[in-house]
Design a protein around this ligand. Structure first.
Ligand SMILES: [Zn+2]
Length: 301
């Protein structure tokens, strides 16, 4: 049995995963954003690993988190969307004496889809996780692309608008400042005067107001920006498939058909043979948890 931990922008997920990479049991704990967030996150992780560990024989703890992971030093750096510079797991993990693996969260979800999910039939593929920001993983020739320094292949931080929206990374005009689901939800809330509402309520309100011009324009703008990002990705990597994960999947009825239709209409702009299949995550919110416990045999050194 393995324990998967997925540290997201608003929740931490914990799962017991069997050796066939199936989730046996899972829980989700909300993250309260305040000044002791680092301390709290580490405490929550410690508590639930202990809880799961008591009942089962655990051979691996895999943790997926936003930012740049460092498995040797057992930390994750630059978690910009939570405002955390460094989360170090050394103290809590050393006492368990269990093998630890740390991955970037979007890469973790991407690996789960590539090995066992929606991207399984493909060798060249891109996974995009649209949520608080945009995380990504790129696979070519059946392998995840990796570099020596940091994560790399951070497609959410490619600039799609000169002097555009300010991004948490410090640049302006990044893809994620236009196409993260957080941005889409914030804009929807502004237009419809909503406060403190869940994603379910936002989706309901959008459907009720689907004929509203402002909502229509917002969806159109979102898809146009998404296509700018996708066309760059297609030109650079020529993937056979692009798979969307994160909360994009929750809003699929608003975006998915429109996106595919629009991309087909604009086919002439891409090299015709380069049009990839556009897919949705099979494991949805569980992708990060499943990917966290998949051990990469080609570890970078
Ligand atoms: Zn950025």
């Amino acid at each position: 049995m393995k324990i998967g931990v997925d540290l997201g922008g608003s929740h931490i997920g914990f799962a017991l995963v069997n050796n066939k990479n199936k989730i046996i049991e899972k829980i989700e704990i909300p993250i309260e954003k305040h000044k002791n967030i680092e301390h709290d996150i580490l405490n929550i992780i410690d508590f639930y690993i202990n809880k799961f560990k008591e009942k089962n024989k655990i051979e691996l703890i895999g943790i997926a988190g936003p930012g740049n992971p460092n498995t040797e030093e057992l930390n994750i750096n630059n978690i910009v969307n939570l405002g955390i510079e460094k989360l170090n797991f050394k103290e809590i993990f050393e006492k368990y004496k269990i093998k630890i693996d740390i991955k970037n969260d979007a890469k973790s979800a991407g690996i789960a889809e590539f090995k066992y999910g929606a991207l399984k039939p493909y060798k060249d593929a891109v996974f995009l996780c649209l949520g608080t920001g945009i995380g990504s993983a790129v696979f070519l020739n059946g392998k995840e692309l990796k570099n020596k320094k940091n994560n790399g292949f951070e497609l959410g931080h490619m600039i799609i608008q000169k002097d555009g929206n300010i991004c948490n990374c410090g640049k302006r005009g990044c893809f994620e400042t236009y196409c993260s689901i957080k941005r889409f939800k914030d804009k929807t809330k502004d237009i419809l005067n909503l406060e403190d509402v869940s994603s379910e309520e936002i989706l309901e309100k959008i459907k009720e107001n689907i004929k509203d011009n402002k909502i229509n324009n917002l969806i159109e703008e979102f898809i146009n920006n998404l296509i700018i990002g996708l066309s760059n990705i297609i030109d650079i990597f020529e993937p056979e498939a692009i798979c969307f994960g994160g909360s994009f999947v929750f809003f699929k009825e608003i975006f998915y058909e429109k996106l595919v239709e629009e991309m087909n209409l604009r086919k002439y702009k891409f090299n015709k043979d380069s049009m990839p299949d556009i897919l949705l995550s099979e494991f949805k919110n569980d992708a990060g948890l499943i990917g966290a416990v998949i051990v990469d045999k080609n570890k970078k050194k």
